[in-house]
Design a binder for this molecule. Structure first.
Ligand SMILES: Cc1cc2nc3c(=O)[nH]c(=O)nc-3n(C[C@H](O)[C@H](O)[C@H](O)COP(=O)(O)OP(=O)(O)OC[C@H]3O[C@@H](n4cnc5c(N)ncnc54)[C@H](O)[C@@H]3O)c2cc1C
Length: 257
């Protein structure tokens, strides 16, 4: 999708500031400035709250962004010469209440080698795990895999992990959760545009909220909203019938809706 858009997609340019309130919006990113009739902010709500808005957004919207924190989730993968557990009749899938990896899958490639066990560590265990030195984190996860799949699992060839809570452009995962009263007090602010600023992203989806499917649906919904606004430069239809709308970090193109 990005290839077809050529230079219109600017990567590595986080949006820092959005000036709005007049007939156009000005989006300022690292190394890029875009003036448009509308902007679709398509980042997780907690990250939308890190962008500076001029004039500042109404309190109800800013306070919403303070209440949509992401969960703590760490993804870890151990790589073996082969998926040895299959020979024991095991499918590599685990749901456990003990952890630290509580949800585990056989993540080996379709060809069957190497063997990869992938586990999720979540919640308090993810936070505790992230405080340990790498060597200890590795040992804790491999011990967990060995408990479930036998002693061969203790000797991985490689170990990789991603602590999503430490990712600057995600701030955790896999989805956000609101505190008590968050939805009832601030829910309406989630999707309501503010002037020429529209909101998209998985958290704004009405179907599959918080997931990939919802992210795509939310982009389509936001594009429709901007198209409906009937403006020229903020959104349009390409020569081959696809509709597009400019977002803060990429141009979103879908088949005509
Ligand atoms: C470990 C993990 C596992 C998951 N597993 C699944 C799964 O199995 N199935 C599923 O459906 N979903 C899963 N999810 C959830 C899924 O990843 C999200 O629902 C989806 O990525 C949300 O898409 P999005 O476009 O709304 O936001 P994002 O994917 O977060 O995209 C937002 C983009 O905006 C960029 N960005 C942020 N701030 C700025 C800024 N200021 N300026 C410019 N760009 C910015 C970010 O770098 C990012 O590229 C998982 C998530 C995690 C963390």
């Amino acid at each position: 999708m990005a290839e077809g858009l050529g230079d219109s997609v600017v990567l590595g340019a986080p949006v820092r500031r959005i000036e709005h309130g007049g007939d156009t919006v000005l989006v300022e990113a690292d190394g890029a400035r875009v003036r448009a009739e509308h902007v679709i902010v398509s980042v997780p709500t907690t990250l939308a709250g890190r962008i500076a808005y001029d004039p500042p957004l109404p309190g109800y919207r800013d306070q919403l962004t303070q209440r949509m924190a992401h969960g703590a989730l760490t993804k870890c993968a151990a790589v073996y010469e082969e998926p040895f557990w299959r020979a024991d009749g095991l499918n590599g899938q685990v749901v456990s209440d003990r952890g630290p990896a509580k949800l585990i899958f056989d993540n080996s490639p379709p060809g069957g080698t190497p063997g990869v066990l992938m586990g999720f560590i979540d919640g308090q265990q993810a936070l505790d795990h992230s405080e340990l030195p790498l060597e200890e984190r590795l040992r804790t996860v491999l011990d967990c895999f060995a408990r479930l799949f036998g002693p061969r699992a203790a000797n991985a060839e490689h170990y990789v992990e991603r602590i999503w809570a430490e990712e600057e452009w995600s701030r955790g995962g896999p989805v956000c959760s609101m505190p008590c009263g968050g939805w009832t007090s601030y829910g309406p602010a989630l999707r309501a545009p503010i002037g020429r600023i529209h909101w998209a992203g998985a958290e704004t989806a009405v179907v599959w909220n918080g997931y990939m499917d919802g992210a795509v649906r939310s982009g389509e919904a936001a594009a429709r909203a901007v198209l409906a606004a009937g403006r020229g430069t903020g959104a349009g239809v390409t020569g081959d019938g696809r509709c597009w709308a400019r977002t803060s970090d990429l141009l979103l193109v879908r088949q005509a809706l």
